[in-house]
Design a binder for this molecule. Sequence first.
Ligand code: MRU
Length: 351
Amino acid sequence: MLVDGKHFQSIWRDNSTGEIKIIDQRWLPHEFAIVGLNSLSEVVVSIRDMWVRGAPLIGVTAAYGMAIAMSEDSSDKNLNSARELLNSARPTAVNLTWAVKRMEDHLRPTPEAKRAVAAMKLADLMAAEDISINRLIGEHGAKIIEEIYVQKSDQSPVRILTHCNAGWLATVDIGTATAPIYVACEKNIPIEVWVDETRPRNQGAALTTWELKHNKIPHTLIVDNAGGHLMQRGLVDMCIVGSDRTTRNGDVCNKIGTYLKALAAKANEVPFYVALPSSTIDETLHDGVSEIPIEYRPMNEVTHIQGLNGNGELEKVQICPDETKAENPAFDVTPSEFITGLITENGCKFI
Ligand code: MRU
């Protein structure tokens, strides 16, 4: 998608040097920093410390991590240790283990001398597939937006609430939850996006607003607690969120706070959709609440907040008394009964 009118992906292979480049998302929206990933350990850190984040992008970054590992040492021993290191970087997004397994299954029977090239080729393919999958999610989802639009007697914009960032920054390009929005806008359907700030890391405030702004999609930032109020007042036509892991019966694990939005949506008869590539579906799991591993992140993400100070410098400030105990579950599970439909590259499955 566009940044200052120029097309970017969230991860790419530099044409001239072959280096894997990413947008370091820790500094957005205030600094647009591009960094190179040159070793397996750098890739692990970039996932663990959220330079890159979002389930599909974590998966593709891990695939490039496997490829970089094979260029360092293509032995079976290193294949195993790369797999273990990458899989332990973050626990919740199933796209990580899915991507690592796909790479491993391809590389294991490949002769060692050919592994580095074969790995890079497959990682490139997975990056390209992510984009085409998201385009399909966009086309399927845009049909749902269009149906809502034609039912509106006043032809006013379709007001869509989204949580966290399931936009192009969370994928290689286009996004999942944002894909239907971008495609609907291409079809000239008027849209207004309600963007949840998404405490504690503020992916909505920092990332979703930034990408919608650069792609000229009308949007309004709201605090996480405003969604229920807006739905009660009839100001939300639909919700679309992403997913980090979805069980075979349709329970959806996504950024903390998604569940509360789904409860409010159900109570107010607002359709609640989840947009996801089918690689986010974990067929081995049935009950999301008891089976999906939930990442717990450091307390200081809750006790502190990052922003620009009066001198235009990035600063972290404390928002509670010294030594306040904090709990920081990064994801929650929305049971399938609260979900209207899952939008994947294969179409919309109504639940
Ligand atoms: O902790 P994050 O920023 O990686 O969490 C991201 C989300 O929860 C997204 O909604 C999810 O990964 C879907 S991304 C298309």
